[in-house]
Design a protein around this ligand. Structure first.
Ligand SMILES: [Zn+2]
Ligand SMILES: [Zn+2]
Length: 443
């Protein structure tokens, strides 16, 4: 089998992944295709599904019926049977290159799509050029198709280089639900990582711009709320009911009334509710989806504690029971300037980059921060870079798209930074790392 290099197929690969968007924990087609490409590149180890993480730490895992349906769809679309078997019921992958003495460097990319429809408008390039989503109700509307492709491109470039050390690419599932970062971060695979790079495209940064390291992402917790009461006839015996609708109404008012915190920014939102039976029945069950955020992990935890208290008090006031579950979570983590500097250096020497921003606030949330924190807490360094791309509309919209010229730029800048991190080994922990002068230049 001849294998055309990934670097010559970046656009094709991105478009193929774009056709098959899969939401959190249902990335079976995507993971199988990534695994095939990783095999083609040739690595020393490839961990699939549960073996790529600590599966007990997963968040936002859908029902097994839902998982099975998407797995079947992947099979119908041609995902390789032996790879589907290896994945079992869990998506995601970790590719490892063991290349002798030197530090352990890692790249984390996310691979999931979103549950939303993609535009059919002819002005939307994926529709006009035939690579629009083939999965009704799902779309790569955040650029994670590009991230997965970039991960492959960097893996191939590092594999073909004189890199010395260990290199890992984490293909992380379920970022959009903040569910996949924690299980990968809690696995043994992160324990030896000295330098971690993560990347996102776009985020309102145009083509030609690179942010070397984001700072100040909001810590976030996605919360599921269930109120349980008891139904009764709303006319004949309202007093015999326990009204979950009332509990919800009271809770919504009070979670938005949680006092602001003196230490910094906080957020709360109740975004979706579902429940009740009919206008003449006391509601016995209501479910809600909500989130809290904070400028720091501690502020997020404050909001979560107060949120739970308000919900329980509201349930109590209306003689109902309430349950709050954490459906997804991400701590705050800031890029380390020493590692971000290597991204900045690589970007400045790249001909397609005309503006380098050393650091920029993230504004949103991102569960790659779990991996960043895991590395930083063990004394390693982490940076989360943004490679700008012109996107016609905002992330998560039906007409989101990327400028594909960003793909090779991102691969080359990240590869350059990764090779430099390994060659210079600024922490000097690996012992074998040679203090070389310039590292490799990929331009
Ligand atoms: Zn997103
Ligand atoms: Zn994203």
């Amino acid at each position: 089998m001849t294998h055309t290099p990934v670097r010559d197929r970046l656009v094709d690969l991105r478009r193929e992944l774009h056709r098959y968007p899969e939401p959190a924990w249902r990335e079976f087609y995507t993971t199988c295709r990534l695994a095939e490409e990783v095999e083609g590149i040739g690595v020393d180890r490839l961990h699939l599904g549960r073996a790529a993480m600590d599966p007990t730490e997963r968040l936002a895992v859908p029902s097994s019926a839902d998982i099975a349906a998407w797995r079947d769809r992947a099979r119908e679309d041609g995902a390789r049977e032996d790879l589907l078997d290896a994945l079992d019921d869990c998506t995601g992958a970790l590719a490892v290159l063991d290349r002798g003495e030197g530090p352990t460097v890692a790249l984390r990319v996310d691979i999931d799509g979103l549950l939303r429809d993609e535009s059919t408008d002819e002005t939307h390039r994926p529709a006009a050029e035939g690579f629009r989503s083939r999965r009704d109700g799902a779309m790569h509307a955040c650029g994670h198709d590009a991230h997965a492709t970039i991960g492959l491109g960097v893996l191939e470039a590092v594999a073909e280089s004189d890199f010395s050390g260990t290199f890992k690419v984490f293909f992380q599932p379920a970022e959009e639900k903040a569910g996949g970062g924690r299980p990968m971060a809690k696995s043994e695979h992160v324990a030896d990582v000295d330098y971690l790079f993560a990347v996102h495209v776009g985020l309102d940064h145009p083509t030609g711009e690179v942010v070397a390291g984001i700072v100040e992402p909001l810590a976030v917790s996605n919360l599921g709320v269930t109120f349980r009461g008891e139904s009764s006839h709303a006319g004949l015996a309202p007093n015999e009911g326990r009204n979950a609708m009332q509990a919800l109404g009271t809770a919504i008012q009070n979670v938005y009334a949680i006092p602001r915190h003196a230490d910094g920014a906080t957020r709360v939102n109740v975004g979706r509710v579902e429940g009740g039976t009919a206008s003449n029945v006391t509601a016995e069950r209501i479910e809600a989806e909500a989130e809290v955020r904070g400028e720091t992990t501690a502020l997020m935890e404050y909001m979560k504690t107060e949120f739970e208290r308000a919900v329980r008090a509201a349930a109590d006031a209306h003689r109902c029971d309430a349950e709050v579950t954490v459906e997804g979570q991400a701590p705050r983590a800031d890029s380390d300037p020493a590692l971000a500097a290597l991204v900045g250096e690589a970007a400045r020497s790249h001909s397609a980059v005309d503006r380098v921003v050393d650091d920029a606030p993230f504004g949103a949330s991102e569960d790659g921060t779990y991996l960043m924190r895991a590395v930083q807490e063990r004394g390693g360094l982490a940076t989360y870079a943004i490679v700008g791309t012109d996107h016609p509309t905002g992330h998560h919209t039906a007409t989101f798209d990327i400028d594909e010229s960003t793909l090779p730029t991102a691969v080359e800048v990240l590869t350059d930074a990764i090779l430099t991190a390994a060659a210079r080994d600024p922490l000097g922990r690996a012992g074998g790392g040679s203090a070389s002068t310039g590292g490799a230049d990929s331009t």
